[in-house]
Design a protein around this ligand. Structure first.
Ligand SMILES: NC(=O)c1ccc[n+]([C@@H]2O[C@H](COP(=O)([O-])OP(=O)(O)OC[C@H]3O[C@@H](n4cnc5c(N)ncnc54)[C@H](OP(=O)(O)O)[C@@H]3O)[C@@H](O)[C@H]2O)c1
Length: 320
């Protein structure tokens, strides 16, 4: 069993998905004293396919903490979660898919009786959003709008681009608050997860500005001429060259006619806003934190003060 600097035994952490976010999370875990095992189909310390039950069982052991960064979640089954429940591993995932959130919620009772914790959408969506709601002190928010302008030069990787293209509704767009940008409406896991913690929420909407020149034009042309798969193939490369490096994530709330805004932004490295919730959640489980089993509500996945303090230390401007 790995041992921390203070000689306290740590639980093993397995990061599955050795793409951009999996590797960022592995680096961040190493920086806090936890060396994870990294796995994917073609890279990392071990090979695993999350759709192959036998391969999953060969890699995972009882009491592991799995960080699942395999995308796009829009095309995933819950095979990995079901195997983890059978083996006895906690799972922290970066899902942004509404259908995946509903499928994980349906596994709550099985996970709870097996003593397994499922931290789903433990990323900007929905953990940072939930932390922002808690920090804004709104006990009964009625609407919640999430606004994302990703650092596309870094984050427009194959799975993220495919997730965006699978969930975007080009017919609806909205201006960002305190920012001269427009974002498209994107289907979000937060719509199923946040009302679990705040039943007063009537609407949860997600707006994304792809944050790359020509993105709007390319999207319009690709959908008009049926070229979405071509766009999905070329966007990661073109965004890496032309995309922007600054990024932001904002949470706008309304409650009883009052409005509040929490904004997180960074000129570089804003992707840490999406990666750090999983790092914090896995770190605290690895060091022995006790959390009630089942699907862990988004507002109970991390401590908002700890998350925002950590993000500030990492260079993110957090305004609550
Ligand atoms: N909720 C949020 O706020 C949020 C924020 C950021 C990112 N995300 C999501 O996180 C996901 C990962 O993003 P990314 O930028 O890291 O994508 P990426 O760079 O394309 O990486 C995806 C990784 O998944 C692995 N993979 C794909 N299918 C697999 C399978 N069947 N079994 C095992 N590994 C598999 C791929 O490696 P191999 O091909 O070698 O297997 C690759 O390493 C995306 O779906 C994105 O939408 C969510």
């Amino acid at each position: 069993m790995p041992v921390s600097r203070g000689e306290v035994p740590l639980r093993r952490v397995v990061v599955i998905g050795a793409g951009f976010f999996g590797r960022v999370i592995a680096r961040r875990l190493a920086a806090v004293g936890i060396t994870p095992v990294v796995a994917s189909r073609s890279r990392g310390d071990v090979r695993v396919d999350v759709e192959d039950d036998r391969a999953i069982r060969e890699v995972l052991r009882r009491a592991d903490i799995v960080i699942d960064a395999v995308g796009p979640f829009q095309t995933r089954s819950t095979r990995l979660v079901e195997a983890a429940i059978g083996i006895g591993c906690d799972v922290v995932d970066l899902s942004d898919s509404l259908a995946y959130a509903r499928a994980v919620l349906a596994l709550h009772d099985r996970a709870a009786s097996a003593g397994v914790r499922l931290f789903t959408s433990c990323s900007a969506i929905a953990t940072v959003a939930a932390s922002a709601i808690r920090a804004s002190g709104g006990a009964a928010p009625e609407t919640c709008d999430l606004f994302l302008a990703p650092a596309s030069a870094e984050t427009a990787n194959p799975a993220t681009v495919r997730a965006f293209l699978a969930s975007v509704d080009r017919s609806r767009s909205r201006e960002f608050p305190a920012d001269r940008r427009r974002g498209y409406r994107v289907e979000t896991a937060a719509a199923a997860l946040l009302p679990r913690s705040w039943p007063s929420l009537r609407f949860v909407d997600f707006w994304v500005d792809p944050n790359a020149p020509f993105a709007a034009k390319s999207l319009a042309l690709a959908s008009r001429f049926g070229l979405m798969s071509l766009l999905s193939a070329v966007a990661p490369l073109s965004a890496r060259v032309l995309g922007r490096r600054e990024g932001s994530f904002s949470v706008a709330l309304s409650a009883g006619g009052r409005y509040s805004l929490v904004r997180l932004a960074a000129p570089r490295g804003s992707y840490l806003i999406a990666a750090e919730p999983a790092v914090l959640a896995a770190e605290s489980l690895a060091r022995g934190a006790t959390v009630a089993p089942g699907v862990v509500p988004s507002d109970a996945q991390v401590d908002p003060t700890a998350l925002f303090t950590r993000l500030r230390e990492l260079g993110v401007d957090v305004r609550t």
